[in-house]
Design a protein around this ligand. Sequence first.
Ligand code: PLP
Length: 393
Amino acid sequence: MINDTMFARGAESSKIREIFSYGLERKAQIGADKVFDYSLGNPSVPAPAAVRASIERSLELPSEELHGYTPAPGLPEARQAVADSLNRRFGTAYTAGDVFMTVGAAASVSMCIHALTNPGEEVIVIAPYFPEYAVWIEKAGATCVEVLADQQTFQVDPEAVAAAITPRTAAVIIDSPNNPTGAVYTRETLEALACVLRAANEGREQPIFLISDEPYREIVYGAEVPWVPSIYENTVVCYSYSKSLSLPGERVGWVLVPNTCPLASRIMPAVAGAARTLGFVCAPALFQRVVADCVDEPSDVAAYARNRDVLTRALSEYGYTYVEPDGAFYLWVKALEDDAEAFCERAKAYELLPVPSNSFGVPGWFRLGYCIDYDVIVNSLPAWKRLADEYRA
Ligand code: PLP
């Protein structure tokens, strides 16, 4: 029998994808330069030259090595390169055995959810949140519990998390630098969250796990991105090269189960089991080699900073209110009416394509992905002004 839940998830496309498809249609109708598509987090910054050089080197390998299966958790050299890079940056002592190569952060997070929860348990997410979390939590048979971020700073609100914890809470997912708000959780916030979790762990058979989803770790504008496992010991880290190396279509990332995590020896087999169960073993071999070669390549943050600056300066001049983004490449802006969906529909008349906040679990805001070309942003500014003028009128 066809699975009703799977049917429903496939039949309803994600709002972000729906807007992106509308944008493609509209571009075909009126010309690509006349549509201002802020919907997707698809980096416009090219992948570093080192990626191409690495691919060219790999192409010299014998076919079996180049295209063959790798071990289920990944190539030893890729896992070692990731561990070495983390050790250099965070003063840790991870080994290749702590790293499981994945098909991007989507796989990393869904594997961790499946590995760390049982049906009937609860997973806390911080709203607004990346919408796929709810889908993956549902698939694991767990319940997604939304906890609002602090509405001024968009940091995690540790007291609100404390109030949401029940005996069924298995894990909390955090995402910093944050999609969709651009907030970067401070050390102080994370320490307060760790205190809440440790207090809740008293008397429990197993601790509450923290799943730290970090595909935007490298994309920050000066803020510190603290290393979460050094603040809360029961943390697993999910990463991807989709954003940092502009490789979203290549599907490569990893899960780190730090060897400092008290239950690491049981968690890593569970992560491997989740990868096996979900069919996520053996990440693309070519791009595991790219990771081994390019693990320390810097991201081109300057391009995103330039986009952020031109966009925020103009929007603030036109009277929009937004969260000052410290990281990632999203701007979280207050809609000019209570109904964010209605606002985004109205924006379409100006060929502006933002994503309404309802998709991220909260009303009244919209998200702009400013990882697009600088010229598209500059050319869209008059439309943002006219839209604001229309509301004022
Ligand atoms: N987590 C967050 C917060 C994201 O924003 C995304 C993608 O946009 C993902 C996970 C999935 O990333 P990937 O493309 O590496 O699967």
